[in-house]
Design a binder for this molecule. Sequence first.
Ligand code: CMC
Length: 432
Amino acid sequence: MTNTTAPKTARLTIGDTEIDLPLMHGTEGEVAIDIRNLRAKTGAVTFDPGLGNTGSCESKITFLDGEKGILRYAGYPIEQLAQQSSFVEVMWLLLHQELPSKGQLEQFTHDVTYHTMLHEDLKRLFSSLPKAGHPMAVCAAAVGALSTYYQKVGPSTPEQQWSDAIRLLAKMPTIAAYSYKHSIGQPFMYPRNDIPYAANILHMMFGTPCEKYEPNPVVARALDLLLILHADHEQNCSTSTVRTVGSSGANLFASVSAGISALWGPLHGGANEAVIDMLMAIRDGERTAREFMELAKKKDSGVRLMGFGHRVYKNYDPRALILKQACYDVLGQLGKKDPLLDIALELEQIALNDAYFIDRKLYPNVDFYSGIIYKALGIPTDMFTVFFAIGRMPGWIAQWLEYQRDPAAKITRPRQIYQGSNTREYTPVGAR
Ligand code: CMC
């Protein structure tokens, strides 16, 4: 809704120059200063390392309010989607910013089911990589390699972009499962098109050709929930990477491959793996929870409380709230207990009552509790971030498509503040 009484410009004074910069207003009341003409009019640029104050695009996909702890996909609260929707439906929602009709959902489910197989030759790519290689590296390589199977000449058409999107959504679980099977030396399992998306991932990961494997519906539903919660998170590091690579005209597979690499870092998606390492170190007596927390507060220790803090959330991450409850539900349904959950709860309690974390507004983020659920589901630790990538796939694709369709989109090319040497004369090496 446009607010007609809202101010339209912001005045900026630099020395003797005064300019009015237009203001933009988002549908949820956010205000942005449009500085597109700033450099042309004043010669100055803005300085914002980490881009924490910079809107890089307009988007209709995801809204989040970090102060209030709100997350919505195309207007639908994450809590409602987590409870009532499915990951495949959420894929459609993110791609179209509308819920599908029954017929649309059936057709789409069919599409993301019937493109699951990989070209047989692509299997050799997995075999050529070291078994100990991290599966995120393997997935980034395999997704990038899809470009070689679906090559286009010239700019891609909307139809090609859509078929690439369907292929990527359908093939990512197969790629993820193959990366795991390769690491343990088991035969690759072909996808099954007669079972739902999440169940098929379990089949490809844990089935073998020797015996019949029926995915546990509790595990499949928990996995579906995790994928829904990870499906999009507006302009985070990996999504910005996907948009940036796509802004050069690079194809979808190349752009998403770069996004997978960005997600891998421990400050981003890799945090879910780091959280479990941290909890296990405490469980195994390396140091107590309290000792660990003291270390996390010391800047020079190099230790952070993993799964805590967020660039945007200055309140409880709503996904972490859902996952905390899901930890109890899933462990209960599977009849399991995990001391790591008790350690996580203890760390959270200490943090929520400690001035260091309170003053900095550091709360659990999505990665704090997700690893405990993945572990309960039998997912190996180094596959946690791969599951994050399967979940984030529709978000990356939706954001990439939005960028391609945006008439105002330009190649990403920030400026810098040069702080190096001024011009000087070159001296040949013999004279130095
Ligand atoms: N443990 C201890 N101190 C922290 C933590 C933490 N987890 N997070 C932030 N701080 C401190 C930080 O040292 C700084 O203190 P000071 O103001 O005294 O210098 C202050 O809080 C602000 O931190 P920042 O690093 O400037 O904040 P940022 O917005 O640049 O970083 C973050 C956000 C997520 C990278 C950071 O909070 C962090 O490293 N968290 C741990 C890793 C993690 O859980 N990452 C997953 C993020 S959510 C899912 C995703 O994106 O994939």
